[in-house]
Write a protein that binds this ligand. Structure first.
Ligand code: FES
Length: 111
């Protein structure tokens, strides 16, 4: 199922943002980052204990080399694949979502 996530104009380059999507099963929080040529979109839920990856509104921790960091226990994740590189869930993945864009909007798809 495909959902409109945001307008492209509202998604600044190289910045994580959080978006809530209403589905038939309730709201789902999605984290997304626009890179130069691609998008990273994941369910906003750490695979360690299911905590949110944002620590405040549209606020995410990153290392100097742009790995995204879980604020709960410090797990670090690759921003493209979503694999946990270090921390209590090393080797596990954030749940990646398929993305599509048209001339104005970003969409994500859930199975
Ligand atoms: S919940 Fe993310 S590292 Fe523990």
């Amino acid at each position: 199922m495909r959902f409109k996530l945001a307008q492209l104009i509202d998604l600044p380059l190289n910045t994580w943002s959080e978006h809530s999507i209403q589905t038939d099963h309730g709201y789902i929080s999605v984290m997304v980052k626009r890179a130069a040529t691609d998008w990273s979109a994941f369910i906003n839920e750490c695979p360690h204990q299911g905590r949110r990856m944002d620590y405040a509104d549209n606020a995410f921790l990153e290392t100097p080399d742009q790995k995204v960091v879980c604020p709960a226990h410090g797990a670090t994740f690759d921003p493209v694949s979503g694999i946990c590189l270090s921390g209590p869930c090393a080797g596990q993945f954030l749940k990646k979502l398929a993305t599509e864009v048209d001339d104005k909007n970003l969409y994500v798809s859930f199975e």
